[in-house]
Design a binder for this molecule. Sequence first.
Ligand SMILES: Cc1ncc(C[n+]2csc(CCOP(=O)(O)OP(=O)(O)O)c2C)c(N)n1
Ligand code: SF4
Ligand SMILES: [Mg+2]
Length: 334
Amino acid sequence: MDKFGFAQSQKFDTYASRLLPREEYFTSGHRSCQGCGEALAVRWVCKAIGKDAIIAHATGCMEIVSSGMPQTSWMHPWIHVAFENTAAVAAGIETGLKILARKGKIPEPLPAVVAMGGDGGTSDIGLQALSGALERGHNFTYVCWDNEAYMNTGIQRSSSTPYGAMTTTSPPGKRSIGQATWKKNMVAIAVAHGIPYVATASPSYVFDLYFKVRKAIETPGPAYIHVLSVCPTGWRSATDLSVRLGRLAVETGVFPLYEVVNGRYRLTVQPPKLRPVIDYLKPQGRFRHLRKPELDLIQRQTLAAYELLLAKCQAPYPEFPVLSHEEETIAEGA
Ligand SMILES: Cc1ncc(C[n+]2csc(CCOP(=O)(O)OP(=O)(O)O)c2C)c(N)n1
Ligand code: SF4
Ligand SMILES: [Mg+2]
């Protein structure tokens, strides 16, 4: 056992790279920090997206480190857009492609349209455009890289920063425990739009992530994937712990892996028994200042949220049919 209670054999029980497509669509040479979980997530997600895709990417670490003129790590057609309009740009691309195909100017099948952004760009600044694009039913996939703060500009808190975490704008001190609010539930917000596919994912569970991205791309209509992306720089964690921290987030119930298909919840990775949350918090310097009362509170809150999720997974949700406007009018008149 090591100091975090891991047996040697548990450390990396899946070696995936040889089992996934060899093609690289997010290539080496970018400037992310050592041990960046977000860059790893981008690499796996792009492999899953496959060759035929157009990507709109918000400002943020993954854009900054990968696209300094005249170089790029992106092998897909890729457009850098502002925080506010990432999903709107993706919606425009999708609509444009459909019209070109209708006019016979481009062949079908059409390339997949994918929008990507950090947690700041998604849960705060780009939320309005994202909500609009999900509600209008565009055929696209939105991927959120959630490293739980505005990392690129120096670790400022976002609405996705977890309770108690230290950031430069939520510093702990005599009158502050760090981040004073609970993490915004972006997955629940996406689900509330009634879209056909929503999922959480982690680059520490490569196959789970891979197949979720494939499903999202192949599902007609909007899909949303929320990827927990370990950031050693902002989380004050060791650079060689990123994959393991991603696993600990799942094993402690802090970041459960699940999908919501047409409103029906399903856990995709179920740890046999949850580990104590402290196993996940301890290796991260951003939680170092927390004392027993806050740690107990986080533990209780994590278990409560996990129980709620399990209840949703067990609920006998019917596959609710989506009616066309014509059918709705008939139903109203009946
Ligand atoms: C409208 C606007 N506000 C602020 C900035 C400065 N800015 C660039 S990257 C960044 C942080 C992005 O955070 P997040 O979306 O979480 O992505 P991360 O860098 O953490 O991957 C900020 C605030 C900007 N480019 N545009
Ligand atoms: S600050 Fe964090 S997310 Fe950004 S490149 Fe560095 S490790 Fe990756
Ligand atoms: Mg971020």
